[in-house]
Structure formats: C-alpha cells, structure tokens
Design a protein around this ligand. Sequence first.
Ligand SMILES: NC(=O)c1ccc[n+]([C@@H]2O[C@H](COP(=O)([O-])OP(=O)(O)OC[C@H]3O[C@@H](n4cnc5c(N)ncnc54)[C@H](O)[C@@H]3O)[C@@H](O)[C@H]2O)c1
Ligand SMILES: CC(C)[C@H](C(=O)O)[C@@H](O)C(=O)O
Ligand SMILES: [Mg+2]
Length: 357
Amino acid sequence: MSQTRFKVAVLAGDGIGPEVMAEAHKVLNAVEARFGLTFERTDALVGGAAIDAVGQPLPPQTLSICQQSDAILFGSVGGPKWTGLAPDQQPERGSLLPLRKTFDLFCNLRPGQIYPAFADLSPLHPRVSSQGMDVLCVRELTGGIYFGEKGRGEDSAFDTQTYSKAEISRIARVAFEAAQKRSHKVTSIDKANVLQTSILWREVVTEVAKDFPDVALEHMYIDNAAMQLIRSPQQFDVLLCDNLFGDILSDELAAIAGSMGLLPSASLNGSGFGLYEPAGGSAPDIAGKGIANPIAQILSAALMLRYSFGLEEAAKAIEQAVQQCLQQGIVTRDIQPDSSYGTADVGSAIANAIAGA
Ligand SMILES: NC(=O)c1ccc[n+]([C@@H]2O[C@H](COP(=O)([O-])OP(=O)(O)OC[C@H]3O[C@@H](n4cnc5c(N)ncnc54)[C@H](O)[C@@H]3O)[C@@H](O)[C@H]2O)c1
Ligand SMILES: CC(C)[C@H](C(=O)O)[C@@H](O)C(=O)O
Ligand SMILES: [Mg+2]
C-alpha cells in the first residue's frame, strides 16, 4: 500500500505568514478527510518571530524539526521591525537562505499561470492576456550573488557572483526536463554581454541542450526578458534563470498573473525533500488586516503534495478548488479591489470545494 502519512514542518514566520498558513491548514485538513491521508504537522519558529522568542532567526530546534520532516511548508519572513539588525541576524538572510543551503534546495520552481477564463484578472488584460499565460520559472537557488563573498567597508561594499559548470548544468537539466513535459521551449536568461558568469551560463546551457533535441533553446538578456515578459508572456514556456534574475522575473510573473498573492513556489534538492513557500513576502503593508490572499500559500501546499509526497490527485484537487473560487469571484481585494472577501473566506471556500460541499 502506498504511503498515507507524511510529516510536515510548518514555519509560518512573520507578517501575513501566519494568516495565510491558517488557510493552508484548512485546505490540508480537507485533503486529509477526502483522500484518507494524514499530514502530521509540527509548528516551528522562524524569522522575526524566532528572533523575538529565542533571539535567533533559525533556532537549532527548528532545523531539527525540518530534518525530521518529509517537507517544509514555509510562510514568509522579515519586516521593518528587524531591518536594523546585523545582516546575518536578519530574518531573511539568517533563516531562509541557510535553510535553502542546508538542504541543498538548488531548484526553485515558480509556475506563473493565467487561465484564459481568468484573463481579466491580469492588470495587462486585454493587451497580452487573452490567450492566458503558462510560464514556469526555473530559478537556481543556492548559488550566484546570494551566496558569494560579501564585504562592507567604511566607504564601499561588495558582493561577488560565482557559478560553476556543475551548478549551471544541474539546474539547466531541470529546465529542459520540465520543458519536455510542457511546450518544449526553454528561454535561458543571462547578461552575457557584460558578465563572465553569464558567458559561462550560456556555454553550459548550450551544451546541456544537446541532450534535449526535442526542446528549442533561446538565450535572452535579462533586460530584454523583463520587457518581453510584459509585452507578450505567451511567447515563453520555461524560463531558466540564475538566482538573482529568477527572483526578479518571478515577481514580474506574479504581477502579470494578477497578484503577488497568487504565485506559489517549490524549492527542491532532487531527492524528494522540498521547501514550499509563496514567492512573495511578509507584506507588512497589509499584515494583520485579514485581507492577504492565501492562494499562493495554498498552491504551495499543493506543490508539496505533488513533488515531495507524490500525491498528484490531491494536488490537482487543490488546484481545481482554487480555480473554482476564482471563477466564483471569491477573491481578496488584491485581485478585486471592491471585494468584501477576506483571507479566511477564500481559504474556507477552497477547503469546502475540496470537501465537495
Ligand atoms: N519568502 C519570504 O519569506 C520572502 C519573500 C519576499 C520578501 N520577503 C520579505 O518580506 C518583507 C516585505 O517585502 P516586500 O514588501 O518587498 O515584498 P512582499 O512580497 O512582501 O510585498 C510586495 C507587495 O505585494 C503585496 N502582497 C504580497 N503577498 C500578498 C498576498 N498574499 N496577498 C495580497 N498582497 C500581497 C504586498 O501587500 C505588497 O504590496 C521584506 O522583509 C522582505 O525581505 C520575504
Ligand atoms: C526574502 C528573499 C531572501 C527571497 C529571495 O530573494 O530569494 C525572496 O525574495 C524570494 O523570492 O524567495
Ligand atoms: Mg523574491
């Protein structure tokens, strides 16, 4: 019999993190009931909440709970309260980046979609969205400028970017394999007209492409890509990006789809373990108001079921329930400014749709 019990470390974090995580719990409860599954969930402190409670952003106990789990469901970390701390003590650099590095989560998948039926959700509708959008951003997550040598002097500071051939080729393979299951096109993003690391990136990606003759490869400079994505997102299938360029283009994908609150993400190490989190942050401007969009968190839970637990049917049930709510106009005000629905209404509606109510 296939596995029905899974251990999940739940790291809700700061700002809207706990608010949207509460809705992911509702949805996971509904999935448990409908599919006869058990998600054994253990809460753990992370980010600013952990700094306030125990004085450090990633306490050893949190790391140990993550190590004993099958996957991590992550909310968001950071906010103005903690920005004055030393860089490595801040919530983002002190918790999220070490988690990504510790578990070797080199592959970050960010699927940006607009279903044709919901094209009018996009702020770019109708100019670019009448055909919908279906772009998968494959972002390298454990290398590049995020993890290079850094320094700060009195009058200057530096960050360095290094990429090895091995780091580039393992993320490129993921992008080509994904494209084989999609529309057979990879657009590799770089700045090879300026950066040495981008020249290497382009060479290695071109080499990897030879193993995937059924996938078309194009190279595009980051500045052009940022523009093309807004001009006509339909031209893209898989976007292959380094750490920094993927961070930036994925926010752009979210905005094109309609809101930062719609974009989930999966951070994977290739062995089944993963960290699942919304692509957006703690949204301090709306935290505590009950109006944050929980869909990115809920869709991140669906990705966890798909990639870490192999529960494709349950993952699809969540995604269909999300579509049903969008179709019924049960959305928060980031999507529909005059909406009277809040975070909890949307979460409950999605959970009810899964339950078949
Ligand atoms: N994974 C993470 O934990 C993560 C990711 C990104 C940013 N951050 C941190 O979050 C803090 C705030 O960053 P920021 O303001 O640049 O980015 P942000 O993504 O938190 O917010 C940007 C904008 O998007 C909106 N938004 C984001 N998520 C939303 C949701 N679910 N529903 C409705 N609107 C939503 C916000 O209200 C805001 O207007 C910073 O400390 C940043 O470092 C954390
Ligand atoms: C919070 C920050 C470190 C993080 C990143 O830059 O990777 C976030 O912006 C993201 O997109 O996951
Ligand atoms: Mg980001």
